[in-house]
Design a protein around this ligand. Structure first.
Ligand code: KG4
Ligand code: ZN
Length: 335
């Protein structure tokens, strides 16, 4: 039973939220949330520039904390604890959010929760769906990560699969760059795919059929580049064929993981790419075939946000798992 202030700054979104873990619905659990995207700052460079990201976080984070608390009608003294992302991510940005969290915790004499960003994504489906109980099989697909985890309980994660090269979101972003669709690329590739033929361009499905459920997308991206340079294909057909190939890989790999994991209550997808409607539809079909339900948070909770950090904080706070004020920011931090 707690009010948690969540802070997220590990990549290119500065986000602050207030979570009430007594809420019975998603709407009542998120008391307030704000997200400031840095897309415009990074767009000219075609990707996130770490120094620009860190500086942009510094500029907006303190006013955003004040504004989010004001939205919630609360003062700092009213919250029970402060949860801030402590990694993994771009270290400059992570430090901005974590130091802000530490300063607030020290000033208001509140406990600090140093949250793993991946744990935020991994638990976000439980924020969105109060009926989702452990254990569940999680497909975590974002710009930096592509993993399948058996989520057995809070802090009890068994990794069944990871990517041997690029993350799925990275593959979407690189394909967008090849096609000149700008940054961030995932939503643009999804949009253009709707106008294309997913069977028009022959593309590989790396690792499909292999017994271990790992991922690989580098070869697919190279094949998209070669097909683009051949001049034989329309951009919409390239986008649609890429998306189809990527989703075929994801579905095949997730099917293998479902066979390898213990009994689970649901198939769950989280992370930025989980906003992709075609991915959600394909996973829905796979879950149905396995007699499971698919839990996919609303798209605004799939991409980076502070509500998921506040929620992971709430789950940890409820178990008394607070962190010391000298906890370090971590650029790498596997779950
Ligand atoms: O979780 P997230 O916001 O940040 C990381 O922690 O990485 O994920 C961002 C990634 C980007 O690669 C972006 O292109 C991708 O998620 N993405 C999508 C879609 N929306 C975001 N990829 C495919 N389709 C989408 N609709
Ligand atoms: Zn993320």
């Amino acid at each position: 039973m707690a009010l948690i202030l969540g802070i997220e700054s590990s990549c290119d979104e500065t986000a602050v939220a207030v979570i009430d873990d007594t809420g019975a619905t998603l709407e009542s659990r998120i008391v307030a949330q704000r997200i400031a995207s840095q897309d415009a700052e990074h767009r000219p460079y075609g990707g996130v520039v770490p120094e620009i990201a860190a500086r942009a976080h510094v500029e907006v984070i303190a006013p955003m904390v004040a504004a989010t608390l004001a939205d919630a009608g609360l003062g700092l003294d009213d919250v029970d604890a402060i949860a801030a992302t402590a990694g993994p991510g771009l270290i400059g940005g992570v430090m901005v959010g974590l130091v802000t969290g530490k300063a607030l915790a020290m000033a208001a004499n509140k406990p600090l929760l140093a949250i793993n960003h991946l744990e935020g994504h991994a638990l976000s489906p439980r924020l969105a769906d109060p009926d989702l109980a452990y254990p569940y099989l999680l497909l975590l697909v974002s710009g930096g990560h592509c993993q399948i985890l058996e989520v057995r309980g809070l802090g009890d994660y068994r990794r069944l699969a990871t990517t041997i090269d690029d993350a799925l979101g990275e593959a979407f972003d690189k394909t967008a760059k090849i096609l000149g669709l700008g940054y961030p690329g995932g939503p643009a590739v999804e949009r253009l795919s709707r106008e294309g033929n997913p069977r028009a361009v022959p593309l590989p499905r790396p690792l499909v059929g292999s017994g271990e459920p790992h991922f690989s997308f580098a070869g697919l991206k190279s094949a998209v580049l070669r097909a683009y340079e051949s001049g034989l294909y329309q951009p919409a057909d390239l986008a649609a064929s890429f998306q189809q190939a990527a989703l075929d890989c994801i579905i095949d790999r997730t099917r293998i993981a479902l066979e390898a994991c213990g009994p689970v209550n649901a198939l769950v997808v989280a992370g930025g790419v989980a906003a992709n409607q075609s991915l959600r539809a394909a996973l829905e079909t796979l879950a149905g075939k396995s007699g499971l339900r698919l839990v996919a948070p609303p798209p605004r909770l799939c991409t980076d946000n502070a509500a998921m950090i506040g929620w992971a904080g709430a789950e940890r706070f409820a178990r008394g798992q607070v962190d010391p004020l000298d906890v370090a920011a971590r650029p790498r931090w596997p779950l």
